[in-house]
Design a protein around this ligand. Structure first.
Ligand code: NAD
Ligand code: USQ
Length: 404
């Protein structure tokens, strides 16, 4: 049965799990701005991990209650907030879904840093427990609540293994001939490069099973590395400011390089910098999620999979581009990660483009937005947190130690 929404004019009831995070907060305000009734569900674990790591968002971020009060004051629109652990508080999650009967549930609520997931046994186990249990709890709660909500999950390009097939990476599935000669359409082989990325591959199997067995409608967005800080909406008021991670565990490559350039310290290129990765700007993340919400798969269909990327770039080319603009040099460090030193990456994003997505490419104007933010808050940077602090295995740790 199609979901029954009590709201007028195409507006939907939407839960945003992980709506206090880097991608979740701008998406929550974007969806609220479009007239949807948004409820953020978050256990604030990301803020706790800041405390554990002795680090903080470079930008000062207001508490969820302050953020949503400011949003109400500025726009008249209401966002609800529920502090709930999706992985540990199953009964509360099921009750919330029964109570709210959402049309869509956007699922960001996972531990998302690959380096943090490789830091030690505590972090490895936490990442698996949190991510896999959280996703499974959500699926079973949707079924138990008879709710028909469309789940939009944030997955990762890293499930594919960054160009190991040698050709263009399709959107989720490949057509194969099985032994015996039967044609089949199967999930692209999983080839994760960290404990974190492995949890996203496990999520994909859970989605496949619950779609087949219970008719749960799922869209899995295989997203590239997100860069940028604020969107037009989170720039409206300092209380709406988005988080900005720069440390060796949570900071992602492009944002880290822009921040390092603003601080006039050498950019930390790992290995040869020959790693090619997919990128997307934070404003495009919000737009793609809106498109996904508006285009749910049919009940009983395989999970819909989109590659949520704007373009691919090589790490050393990004460093060179930023160096040209700022004069800051790249420093090539021994790679703390177990990954291919050089790879090609060609990714299809045709499905999103067919639905009207016009990707924002890396450009100077957007670089300036990040550099303005990093200049403004550079005194909040803890310089000892910039270098990598997690290693994929003992060999990598020794190589990095020898390189110092
Ligand atoms: P983030 O860490 O900033 O946000 C995640 C949020 O989820 C946090 O606010 C955290 O407190 C919350 N959370 C985690 N576990 C929870 C639980 N058990 N219950 C309730 N809340 C919980 O991460 P992000 O950068 O916003 O990423 C969001 C999602 O997008 C992740 O699933 C990530 O894998 C995916 N993604 C991110 C990027 C990126 O570059 N940031 C790229 C591709 C995919
Ligand atoms: N890198 C450097 N120098 C740095 C930081 C990173 O050279 O200072 C390199 C890494 O070795 C890696 C690449 O840059 O080859 C990307 O690293 P990253 O930390 O920017 O991104 P990653 O670990 O892949 O993870 C991020 C998000 C994750 C998301 C993923 C999308 O944290 O949640 O799933 O991007 S993707 O990479 O497309 O799989």
């Amino acid at each position: 049965a199609a979901p029954v929404s009590m709201m007028a004019g195409g507006a939907k009831k939407i839960l945003v799990l992980g709506g206090d995070g880097f991608c979740g907060w701008p998406t929550a305000v974007h969806l609220s701005d479009k007239g949807h009734a948004v409820t953020i569900v978050d256990n604030l674990s990301r803020r706790d991990i800041d405390t554990e790591l002795g680090c903080d968002s470079l930008t000062p971020i207001a508490h969820p209650e302050v953020r949503i009060a400011a949003w109400k004051e500025l726009t008249g629109k209401t966002i609800d907030f529920v502090n709930l652990d999706v992985a540990k508080e199953y009964d509360r999650l099921e009750s919330l879904i029964k109570d709210k009967r959402p049309d869509s549930i956007v699922h960001f609520a996972e531990q998302r840093a690959a380096p943090y997931s490789q830091k030690g046994t505590k972090q490895k186990r936490y990442t698996v427990d949190n991510n896999v249990c959280g996703t499974h709890n959500l699926l079973t709660a949707v079924v138990e609540a008879d709710c028909c909500a469309h789940i939009v999950h944030l997955g990762t390009m890293g499930v594919y293994g960054y160009g190991t097939s040698g050709g263009e990476i399709p959107e989720g599935y490949i057509d194969v001939v099985l032994p015996g000669g039967r044609d089949s359409r199967i999930l692209h082989p999983a080839y994760p490069g960290s404990v974190y990325h492995t949890t996203k591959c496990l999520d994909a199997l859970l989605f496949q099973f619950y779609a087949k067995n219970d008719g749960v409608r799922v869209t899995d967005l295989h997203q590239g590395i997100v860069w940028g800080t604020n969107t037009d909406l989170t720039s409206m008021d300092p209380r709406l400011t988005n988080r900005f991670d720069y440390d060796g565990d949570y900071g992602t490559v492009l944002n880290r390089f822009l921040m390092q350039a603003a601080l006039n310290v050498p950019m930390t290129v790992y290995g040869t910098g020959g790693q090619t990765r997919a990128f997307i700007h934070i404003s495009d993340t919000c737009k793609c999620i809106e498109i996904a919400i508006n285009n749910p798969p049919a009940e009983g269909a395989q999970p819909e999979i989109f590659n949520q990327v704007a373009e691919t770039r090589r790490v050393r080319d990004i460093a060179e581009l930023i160096s040209k603009n700022t004069g800051v040099e790249a420093r090539f460090l021994a790679n703390p990660r177990q990954e291919a030193a050089e790879n090609e990456l060609d990714v299809s994003n045709r499905k999103f483009r067919a639905l009207g997505f016009e990707p924002t490419k890396l450009n100077d104007a957007l670089f300036e937005e990040v550099q303005d933010v990093t200049q403004k808050y550079k005194d909040r940077c803890i310089p000892t947190k910039i270098l990598p602090a997690s290693f994929w295995n003992k060999k990598r740790a020794q190589e990095v130690a020898a390189d110092k």
